[in-house]
Design a protein around this ligand. Structure first.
Ligand SMILES: [Ca+2]
Length: 329
C-alpha cells in the first residue's frame, strides 16, 4: 500500500520544446533544463536560425553540456512554401556564434517528427516553440485531433506588434520564415500565447553582462560567452545595441514565473504577401484568438537567467576530454 500523496504535491509542468538553436535558443534550453518547475519531455529541432543539420547538432551539444537526456526529434526541415534562409549573420555559420561545436551529421528520414514526440506523451503538455512554426503546422495538418489532445497550451516566441521587426522593418524572424505556418497554427487556436518582440526587445543582456560571465572559470561559461560574443557583435552592427536581445528565454520564463510576463487576449492575423510586410503580425478583428505578452517584469526574468543558467555555467566543472570513438580507428 502506498500512502496517498497530498493534493498540493509539487509536480513539474510537462513541456515539449520545438527549437532552432540558435544562440538565444541555447540560453532558453539551458534555462528549461535547469529549472525544477518544468520537465522537458522532448525536444524537436527545426531549420530557422541555421540549417536543420546544424540545429540538431547544436541541440545535442547543449544537452551534453547540460548533462541531460531528452528524446530528440525533427520539427521541420524547410518552410511550408518558402525557401530556407538561415540567419547566419545573427547566429554564425554554425548557429552557435564562436562557440566550438562538433561537425554536423545528416538527418535521417526516419527521425521522429514532432507529432510522434507528442503522441508518446502520457498526458497533455505545454508546447513551447522557439523557431519557425512549420513543425507544429505540419503536425496540425497530419493529425489535428492528436495535437489538440496532447497540447494543453502553446507558447510561441513569434511576432511583433508595435515593436519594429528584426528581419524586415515590419516582421519578426520566426513569423517571417514561415508566415503560412504561423497563420495555420493561429487558426487552430490551441490556445496559443505569443511572446513578441515588443517584450523581448525589453530583455537585452548588456555587453558587460557577457564579459562578466566571461571572467568565470567554468567550461560551460566560456562556451556560452563564445556564442554570446558573436551575438553581441551582430547587435552592435545591425541593431546599434551594446548587448544582445535574448528573445527565446522569455517564452520559457513565462512558464517558470507566471508573473514575469502578463498576457492580453486578442485576435491576431499574419500578413502572407511577399515584400516587407511578409510575416507581419497584426491585432485584427478578423484574426484568430490568441494571448499576446504585453508587459515584462525584467528583474524576474533576469533573475531566472542569472541564477539558473549563468551561475550554473560559472560553477560547472570542466569535463574531461574524451577521445571520440571514430578518432581511435
Ligand atoms: Ca529560436
Amino acid at each position: 500500500m502506498h500512502p496517498r500523496e497530498p493534493a498540493d504535491t509539487f509536480a513539474p509542468i510537462p513541456v515539449v520544446i520545438d527549437t532552432d538553436p540558435g544562440i538565444d535558443d541555447m540560453l532558453a534550453l539551458l534555462l528549461a533544463l535547469n529549472s525544477p518547475e518544468i520537465m522537458v519531455r522532448g525536444i524537436s529541432v527545426s531549420y530557422g536560425n541555421t540549417t536543420v543539420e546544424n540545429a540538431f547538432r547544436n541541440a545535442v551539444e547543449i544537452l551534453r553540456r547540460a548533462g541531460k537526456r531528452v528524446s530528440l526529434g525533427i520539427g521541420a526541415r524547410r518552410p511550408l512554401e518558402r525557401a530556407v534562409v538561415p540567419a547566419s549573420e545573427t547566429h554564425g555559420a554554425s548557429g552557435m556564434g564562436y562557440a566550438p561545436v562538433p561537425a554536423a551529421g545528416v538527418i535521417l528520414d526516419f527521425m521522429r517528427p514532432l507529432e510522434r514526440i507528442l503522441a508518446e506523451q502520457p498526458e497533455p503538455v505545454t508546447l513551447v516553440t522557439l523557431g519557425p512554426l512549420t513543425g507544429l503546422a505540419l503536425a496540425l495538418r497530419s493529425d489535428p485531433e492528436l495535437i489538440r489532445a496532447k497540447v494543453r497550451r502553446h507558447v510561441a516566441m513569434a511576432g511583433n506588434f508595435a515593436a519594429k521587426g528584426n528581419t524586415t522593418p515590419y516582421s519578426e524572424f520566426n513569423a517571417w520564415c514561415d508566415p503560412e505556418a504561423l497563420s495555420l497554427v493561429l487558426q487552430a487556436e490551441l490556445p496559443t500565447d505569443l511572446v513578441p518582440l515588443d517584450v523581448t526587445r525589453e530583455f537585452a543582456l548588456s555587453a558587460s553582462d557577457v564579459s562578466r560571465l566571461g571572467g568565470a572559470e567554468g567550461d560551460n561559461a566560456r562556451w556560452i560567452v563564445e556564442a554570446l560574443r558573436f551575438y553581441v557583435e551582430f547587435h552592435r552592427e545591425y541593431e546599434r545595441l551594446d548587448g544582445c536581445v535574448v528573445n527565446d528565454v522569455l517564452a520559457v520564463a513565462a512558464l517558470l514565473d507566471p508573473e514575469a510576463l502578463s498576457f492580453q487576449s486578442t485576435r491576431v492575423a499574419v500578413d502572407l504577401e511577399d515584400g516587407e510586410s511578409r510575416g507581419r503580425t497584426r491585432m485584427a478583428s478578423e484574426g484568430s484568438l490568441a494571448r499576446v505578452a504585453r508587459q515584462l517584469d525584467r528583474d524576474r526574468a533576469r533573475a531566472l537567467l542569472s541564477d539558473r543558467v549563468f551561475s550554473w555555467a560559472a560553477s560547472s566543472l570542466p569535463r574531461p576530454v574524451l577521445v571520440p570513438e571514430m578518432a581511435r580507428v
